[in-house]
Design a protein around this ligand. Structure first.
Ligand code: GLU
Length: 422
């Protein structure tokens, strides 16, 4: 019985977020009042969304938008569609957005949204109607100066196009800056689709240099081949890393000589899966997590590195492309083993950084070349990596706590300057 409770506690994302926040706040000697403010989301919204399904039946979906902080600017963060979505998860993801935006020093607060649904079983029309009604329910709380949604798990550029259009219809004018991660022809940014994966590649490159390794001698296993994992793998492959393993939720691939990710990309685009790709052998997805490699990139969901597998992990570097892939208990085990973690709020911040560039371009009505987006992103990622390293060294803490400290310090300083409105 005790194990059941422990497992639940280990994998509750809000508990995980809170545990890291407390530790970092303690180290910072954070004022108790600010501590209280930042340990709770500013606003939590639950909506029940009626949707007419294709067969004529009406279904009711539950959706959430949690705005954790708006101290540094409009709230910012993705929307996910999944059966497992729950309020604690959305809360945690919202807080992580606050910390992430502060780590890369962009002028946004943090938010997250989600709808409990199984998008794999829904038609395009059903998804569109659900997205539009969800957007309409949130009409007063989102907006370019209030809260700016973006894609996350199981949502994409098309979802953002529907949200932008619905919001614009209510405003009686086109408002591109209400969401980011849009298709390029309706105000999206060049480079946004690849941005999270590019950010993962850039910070991994920094870590590899710091540890005296070279990409050519570095084997990488990527868990998840969705938007983040696939682009991280492709860009790392292009940088000369040897991507030896790809683990998906239901299958895996291994090739000791390195997988040709360009070919795998084309194969997945054609077949919708990585299964059956002939440029690698089939491998067990759980075994891949603990297989021989220098870099492990969890790039799918929360809680994939836990007390069940942390002690068996062989990687020297973990670059967290996903949000919350490592549990608090697993962190302790990995620290003991000396694994160099590039924490989620730094490693996957490339996505929201280019979202910021998209918001800037939309508001200016002037669109950048892809090379400019990529150069600006590179500067932000390298700067942020160095700031976190500096914090870790000067405060004698691990990379994760260093990035929380840096973020909390920046958010608290903004609140201090703005003051509390009575
Ligand atoms: N959903 C992404 C994340 O977790 C992107 C958020 C955004 O671009 O606002 O960082």
């Amino acid at each position: 019985m005790a194990t059941v409770i422990d497992t639940h506690m280990e994998t509750n994302p809000w508990e995980a977020q809170a545990a890291r926040f407390e530790l970092a706040a303690q180290k910072l000697n954070l004022d108790k009042g600010f501590w209280k403010i930042l340990s709770q989301p500013a606003r939590e919204i639950t909506v029940h969304i009626p949707v007419q399904m294709d067969d004529g039946r009406i279904e009711l979906f539950t959706g959430y938008r949690v705005q954790h902080s708006m101290a540094r600017g409009p709230a910012k963060g993705g929307i996910r569609y999944a059966p497992e979505v729950n309020l604690d998860e959305v809360r945690a993801l919202a807080a992580w957005m606050t910390w992430k935006c502060a780590v890369v020093d962009i002028p946004f607060g943090g938010a997250k949204g989600g709808i409990i649904c199984d998008p794999k079983t829904m038609s395009r029309g059903e998804l569109e109607r659900m997205t539009r009604r969800f957007t309409a329910e949130l009409i007063e709380v989102i907006g370019p100066e209030k809260d700016v949604p973006a894609p996350d798990v199981n949502t994409n550029e098309q979802t953002m196009a529907w949200m932008m259009d619905t919001y614009s219809m209510h405003m009686r004018q086109t408002v591109t800056a209400v969401v980011t991660g849009k298709p390029i022809e309706i105000g999206g940014s060049r480079g946004r689709r690849e941005a999270t994966g590019r950010g993962v590649m850039l910070v991994t490159l920094q870590a590899v240099k710091k540890l005296g390794m070279t990409p050519e001698n570095t084997r990488v296993v990527v868990q998840g081949f969705g938007n983040v994992g696939s682009h991280a793998a492709l860009l790392m492959h292009e940088q000369g890393f040897k991507v030896t393993g790809i683990a998906e939720w239901n299958c895996g691939l291994h090739n000791a000589h390195g997988i040709n990710i360009k070919e795998l990309f084309a194969y997945k685009a054609k077949t919708g899966t990585i299964q059956g790709f002939t440029g690698a052998e089939a491998a067990d997805q759980h075994e891949l997590m603990i297989s021989d490699c220098e870099v492990l990139v969890p790039a799918a969901m929360e809680n994939v590195i836990t007390t069940h597998n942390a002690s068996q992990i062989k990687a020297r570097i973990i670059a967290e492309g996903a949000n919350g892939p490592t549990t608090v208990a697993a962190d302790d085990i990995l620290q003991e083993k000396g694994v160099f973690i590039i924490p989620d709020i730094l490693a996957n911040a490339g996505g929201v950084t280019v979202s910021y560039f998209e918001w800037v371009q939309d508001r200016q009505g002037y669109f950048w070349k892809e090379a400019h987006v990529n150069a600006e992103l590179e500067a932000v990622m390298i700067d942020s990596f160095e700031s976190v390293m500096h914090y870790a060294a000067t405060h004698g803490v691990n990379n994760r706590i260093a990035s929380y400290m840096l973020a909390i310090d920046r958010v608290a300083s903004t609140i201090r300057t703005r003051g509390i409105y009575a």
